[in-house]
Design a protein around this ligand. Structure first.
Ligand SMILES: C[S@@+](CC[C@H](N)C(=O)[O-])C[C@H]1O[C@@H](n2cnc3c(N)ncnc32)[C@H](O)[C@@H]1O
Length: 282
């Protein structure tokens, strides 16, 4: 756990420097585990990439299990990884998908895409990693393409399983609505989209007020909450009804509703953020 005063000091920096500083702290804390575990020794450095805290490989394996159990991922599935980061999901997928199944990952971070290509590009010739110059105030403030105008780099109805883990937690509702529409476009009928987000209900807002959560969400606009009003995309929580309405407006079904994650107890599954599996009807 990073001491509170260090987190506070890092919070005063501009977003790229803040992420690098807090990543460096997480790297320091993970050094003992890296020294003793061969697998962890090779994981990407937090200071350079936004890989999320904890054991990189184990988190990837946990999410792979969710894709199989909850989204019906099969070895032959063609996968789109939205905001693929440094390849936390691409790595276990490269071991699990059949040769030729196909995977496309895109991200607005050029260094994350370079890391994916270095680590996995030679392992699988049916895996493609694409950099997209998308604008996001937290991650790429000078990007040339608005999130609400971005077209996913794959053909209509060509994807069996799409995923966006820990990406919508950094996007406004307008941008999420657009990405959901793009997911609907690229999924084949019956295809599934597993994504995570922070979802708010009245009970959960009350729990936040009692500070049962490590994430200091504060009211922002339109019922959403953020942890840093100077850079809202650092982490945004949206009202659950707004997320559900955006899924429906995109023409996707959500048969299982939302499974609440551990970021705010009580939780319905072991992952951190809230989990959604949308289906393109067909
Ligand atoms: C916390 S990381 C999660 C990365 C990866 N999905 C994972 O689970 O390891 C958030 C990622 O989303 C990317 N990102 C943020 N906004 C995005 C957007 N609008 N489109 C694509 N990627 C985005 C960031 O560059 C970053 O790599």
């Amino acid at each position: 756990m990073v001491p509170r005063f260090l987190r506070h000091a890092a919070g005063l920096l501009p977003p790229p420097a803040r992420r690098a500083a807090s990543g460096a702290m997480l790297d320091l804390l993970s050094l003992p585990a890296r020294m003793t575990s061969l697998e962890r020794r090779g994981e990407p450095w937090q200071a350079l990439h936004n890989v999320g805290g904890g054991d990189f490989a184990q988190a990837g394996r946990d999410n792979l299990r969710l894709l199989i159990d909850r989204a019906g991922l099969e070895p032959s599935s063609r996968v789109l990884d939205i905001g693929c980061g440094a390849g936390r999901m691409a790595a276990p997928l490269a071991d699990w998908l059949d040769p030729g199944a196909g995977y496309v990952g895109f991200d607005l971070s050029a260094s994350a895409i370079a890391a994916c290509r270095r680590r996995l590009g030679t392992k699988r010739d049916d895996f493609t990693f694409l950099h997209a110059d998308i604008r996001n105030r937290e991650y790429r403030a000078r990007g040339s393409i608005l999130e609400t105008a971005f077209r996913f780099p794959v053909e209509d109805a060509s994807i069996d399983i799409a995923l966006a883990t820990s990406v919508f937690s950094h996007m406004t509702l307008e941008s999420i609505a657009h990405y959901l529409g793009e997911a609907r476009r690229v999924l084949r009928p019956g295809g599934r989209f597993l994504f995570t987000a922070y979802a708010l209900t009245p009970d959960r807002i009350a729990a936040l007020g009692r500070s049962e959560c490590q994430l200091p969400f504060k009211p922002w606009r339109g019922g959403a909450m953020v942890i840093d009003a100077k850079s809202p995309e650092r982490a945004i929580a949206h009202p659950l009804p707004d997320l559900l309405a955006a899924v429906a407006a995109a023409g996707l079904d959500l048969p299982g509703g939302a499974a609440f994650g551990c970021w705010l107890p009580p939780s319905a599954y072991a992952g951190g953020q809230d989990l959604f599996v949308a289906v393109r009807p067909g």
